[in-house]
Design a protein around this ligand. Sequence first.
Ligand SMILES: Cc1cc2nc3c(=O)[nH]c(=O)nc-3n(C[C@H](O)[C@H](O)[C@H](O)COP(=O)(O)OP(=O)(O)OC[C@H]3O[C@@H](n4cnc5c(N)ncnc54)[C@H](O)[C@@H]3O)c2cc1C
Length: 594
Amino acid sequence: MEEKKLITGGEFLVKETSPDDIFIPEELDEEQRMIGESCKDFLETEVFPVVDRIDAQEEGLMRSLLEKSGELGLLGITIPEEYDGFGQNFITAMYSSEVLGAGYSYAVAYSCHTGIGTLPILYYGNEEQRAKYVSKLATGELIGAYCLTEPGAGSDANSGTTKAVLSEDGKHYIVNGAKMWITNAGFADVFTVFAKIDNDRVLSAFILERDYEGITFNPEEKKLGIKGSSTRQVFFNDVKVPVENMLGKRGEGFRIALNILHMGRIKLGANVIGSAKKAIDQSVQYANERKQFNCLISQFGAIKHKLAEQVIQTFATECSVYRASKALDNAITHSVANGDDKGRDTMEAFNQFAVEAAAMKVFGSEALDYVVDEGVQIHGGMGYSAEMFIDKGYRDSRINRIFEGTNEINRLLLVDSVLKKGAKKVLPVMELAEKAFEEVKAMNGIPAPAEGWIEEKDQYVANQKKVVLMLLKAASEKFNRTLVTEQEILSNISDCIIQVYVAESVVLRLKKMEAMKGEEACKIYRDMADVFVYDAAARIAKFARDATYSFAYGEVRDLLEKGINNFTWVAGVNVKEARRRIADQLIDENKYCF
Ligand SMILES: Cc1cc2nc3c(=O)[nH]c(=O)nc-3n(C[C@H](O)[C@H](O)[C@H](O)COP(=O)(O)OP(=O)(O)OC[C@H]3O[C@@H](n4cnc5c(N)ncnc54)[C@H](O)[C@@H]3O)c2cc1C
């Protein structure tokens, strides 16, 4: 049998994806669902009843919750069995991150520990380092943290000044410096610390243990949200770190940091789905109880609009996150099978999907912000009260646009990654853009819509990609090397790319669902896709126009404008009725049921 070609990162822009190549939550198997149930039970029995105590940072509580999670196996879901984990695949990791994502500050502590706190050692550690730390991290005997950010080095993480100097006897690195905003710092045992050796221009990575002499901590930061999550500054004052605790090679730290962040970003996309579903449950349950003008507020059209849009944004995030997870899972399997270093090969797969990871981080965090913001609004004055949990969701959501790389940085990184793949001919960006320009030149008005609901959606998405490609080519040719300084334009293009990816993911899920369950059973999902694709087209047109009028003149501008008009056109949708149908189903079920 001919080997199926793997999807590569960013490829969605230049190729059609088959529904066979994506994963949808309807395909979760029994084992995955059981793991999800265990995560849900844990939140319901151990976390939600003590949320106020967690937020008050009761001494020892978060640590004991992490330890309990470890005893139940929740910290080792994807850790290989040889290190006392369950060796599950990436999709399972994403599903458990989704379910646990509803757990407020606990979710942050959990994600930090299982992601940035554990994976640098699992993937970049040598045999001795893995043997010493990974099993204990998987069982919760040890808790991990990740120290990259410094007071003077945030987004520009490689500019950190924490230093490591080899001791005279060559047995230790002496580490000096300060790290800031370190999650789990209050109780973590093991810290992956990034520092520069001597006068190196790039970072190296080290494993530090809490009880090494010379490590001190500031008190807990007072924060806007995720108040129960431990966040502290960490100081290193002549800390003696055994030379065998260097992670990876000298100078490899920045690559380790970035690859771990790609993984963190896509997992953040999964986390926000859990938070969003919880906020939707709270919103609809309140709307189904609260009466005004002798009527349940859930019966008002304005409230139905909000409820439906909360659902659509969450559903769209879910479609995209699981699609990307499957592509990543395949890439990891392939990379590991063909390489000789399982850890590094896994992380290189994440690096390949930097575009999708950044897109999920940006789209997911902004979708959740929408969901919780409208959740507060649906609660009216009670939304502003600390009596209801929705205020916590609102405050906790905000961090997602800041950590794991701010959304500004992720937007820039996303488009930069596409441009680099284009320049290296990994993706035929310029060639297809040229074709799109030729097509526009020959066009006489808006293309006739394809026959059939699915075919029409496919056509819209394929056309929207042409707008993106045209913009990439026109902007690259206009600015050449100075394009990096045109951040507004790059961010516009990035937003177009994100919308295209998500819109296509929604359509792909529909195709797969309808093949599984039949069209009739998926009617409500067609409503979601109708609204999302219709809105995405308008958003893409706006971002593309903003970019076009910021740099293009003459014939190029005329062609871009014609391309935007023709390629972002979509047929009208009765969005009011579609949203009402979605809201009515949610209102009937009184919980997220899609
Ligand atoms: C609660 C919390 C937990 C955290 N946990 C950890 C952790 O466990 N480990 C860790 O290492 N770090 C952690 N961080 C740090 C986090 O990753 C950084 O805050 C984040 O990367 C942004 O850095 P900064 O705060 O220095 O902001 P800055 O980099 O100063 O950014 C300020 C603003 O400028 C923008 N900006 C910066 N550079 C550019 C640019 N080139 N182009 C355009 N805009 C730009 C940013 O997008 C932002 O809007 C955490 C932060 C918080 C708040």
